[in-house]
Design a protein around this ligand. Structure first.
Ligand SMILES: Nc1ncnc2c1ncn2[C@@H]1O[C@H](COP(=O)(O)OP(=O)(O)OP(=O)(O)O)[C@@H](O)[C@H]1O
Length: 451
């Protein structure tokens, strides 16, 4: 068997300022059957898994995570660091943090996880994911990676949290799609806000004809329908208290009775729940059962609100424009793009989608969607959110300063980001990007060459 690599023939890349450690680690990785190559700061690998060996709180790690941007970095720490510092590295986007005791142990840990990481990277770029779940921001990709990992490598219950309209149902459906169970059945969706306590859980368990007034026919409940597939309980935080106990039992025992029946039935399904509520606060307030929470939250993930992934707004907007399906593709005037980037979306992606659909509907003439296609109420919302955007920038800068980054480096990074965004918005056209940033083409080209 040849050496194992991350994607196709891409090696695992190793970086450290300590030549001795690099040599030892590469040798151990090779012995573990992993093709390892060394890279320098100025030659960042484009694909593959990156292992950075560094002391605690290293600026280098922070910089690399920032530059690579989508979490393919494993940090191997040579100094002893606190659990909270290790957590911070994960928060920044590292896929794992491992202590460096001896190189062969690190190599074994990497070997054990490599197939998992490779599979996740494969799926995140696969059309079935990237064409339907849009987003390139680090916050979005981190959440998506977690969902893919849970779908592929566990059968345990999954809890998806996030504000309304952040894509929880979309992610739940993706989890079902990627679930590798052979011959799995369908996904059954039950919105807990529509459950009527007086029907004693008929929506969950079904009922027999005549079980209560209006029970004119036998009804099969969601648990039975989901047998062999996935039961998706949307808005689980809204489940009435009496039914929380009944749901707990069915999750634990996997058996239930239809309302009005004495016969026990069984069903095997994967449970995925979603909520926009803070279940921990509800537990403290006594409105959600703690034992039920532990049963449904085998894996937890929080989908980011759109304000924390503003860099995805134009991508999403273009996706929703394409969904409208016009004969010739419609594009957004740069002013409209600015308006969208600066607007608050309290209803998150759903609200953006609705707005784009409204704009698409108003767009009568050919060519770009311009400011006049913006509904009047949206025009009035413009500029309201500058404070919020500033807060995001402040948050980022505060974090960067805390991790030891100086003013010069901060200016370089924000400048590079501005160039990257301008180029993205101009579809790579250097002249247009230069015009929008009010600099020369050469400035852009030099920045590109240095970054
Ligand atoms: N990343 C995304 N890419 C493409 N479309 C998205 C994305 N996230 C959300 N959407 C779209 O936004 C809308 C809302 O998504 P969804 O219903 O999954 O959100 P939700 O978090 O379950 O909302 P709620 O809490 O209100 O039930 C849908 O039309 C969905 O297709």
């Amino acid at each position: 068997m040849g050496a194992r690599t991350t994607e196709g023939d891409k090696p695992v890349w190793v970086h450290s300022n300590n030549a001795g450690v690099v040599g030892e680690l590469c040798l151990s990785l090779t012995e573990a059957g992993i093709k390892a190559e060394v890279f320098r700061d100025d030659l960042l690998p484009e694909k593959g898994l990156i292992i950075v060996v560094a002391a605690s709180g290293s600026q280098l790690v922070e910089k690399l995570i920032g530059d690579v941007g989508d979490g393919r970095i494993v940090v191997v720490v040579t100094d002893r660091i606190s659990a909270s510092d290790a957590w911070k590295l994960l928060d920044l986007g590292a896929v794992d943090v491992i202590s460096y005791h001896c190189p062969s142990q690190v190599a074994r840990s990497i070997q054990g996880r490599l197939d998992r990481w490779t599979a996740i990277e494969h799926w995140i770029d696969a059309p079935i994911v990237s064409r339907h779940l849009i987003g390139r921001s680090r916050a979005w990709k981190q959440a998506l990676r977690r969902a893919i990992e849970a779908a592929l490598f566990s059968q345990g219950p999954i809890l998806i949290q996030g504000e309304t309209g952040t894509g929880k149902e979309l992610v739940a459906r993706l989890i079902h799609t990627l679930d590798p169970r052979p011959d799995k059945e369908k996904i059954v969706v039950l919105d807990c806000t529509t459950i009527v306590p007086e029907l004693s859980g008929s929506e969950f368990f079904g009922h027999e004809k005549g079980a209560f007034t209006n029970a004119l026919k036998t009804r099969v409940g969601a648990c039975e329908l989901a047998d062999g597939g996935t039961l998706f309980l949307d808005e689980i935080g809204d489940l009435p208290g009496t039914l929380q106990a009944e749901l707990l039992r069915v999750i634990q025992e996997k058996t239930f009775k239809r309302v009005g029946s004495h016969t026990w039935r069984s069903a095997e399904f994967r449970l995925v729940c979603a909520t926009h509520r803070d279940l921990r606060k509800m537990i403290e307030g006594g409105t959600f059962r703690e034992d039920l929470y532990h049963r449904i939250a085998g894996w937890e993930m929080v989908l980011p609100p759109l304000r924390d992934r503003r860099e995805d707004i134009i991508l999403l907007a273009n996706h929703f424009l394409a969904e409208i399906g016009t004969e010739t593709p419609i594009h957004l005037d740069p002013l409209v793009q600015d308006a969208l980037m600066g607007r608050d979306f309290s209803g998150n992606v759903r609200e953006l989608r609705q707005l784009i659909r409204r704009m698409g509907g108003r767009h009568l003439a050919g060519g770009l969607i311009t400011m006049s296609d913006l509904p009047a109420e949206d025009g009035r919302l413009l500029g309201r959110e500058t404070g919020l955007r500033n807060n995001n920038v402040r948050q980022y800068i505060r974090q960067a300063i805390a991790s030891g980054i100086g003013l010069k480096e901060l200016c370089r990074r924000t400048g590079d980001l501005a160039v990257e965004i301008a180029l993205e918005d101009a579809n790579g056209n250097v002249s247009q990007a230069a015009e929008r940033l009010q600099v020369t083409r050469r400035t852009i080209q030099m920045r590109k060459a240095q970054s």
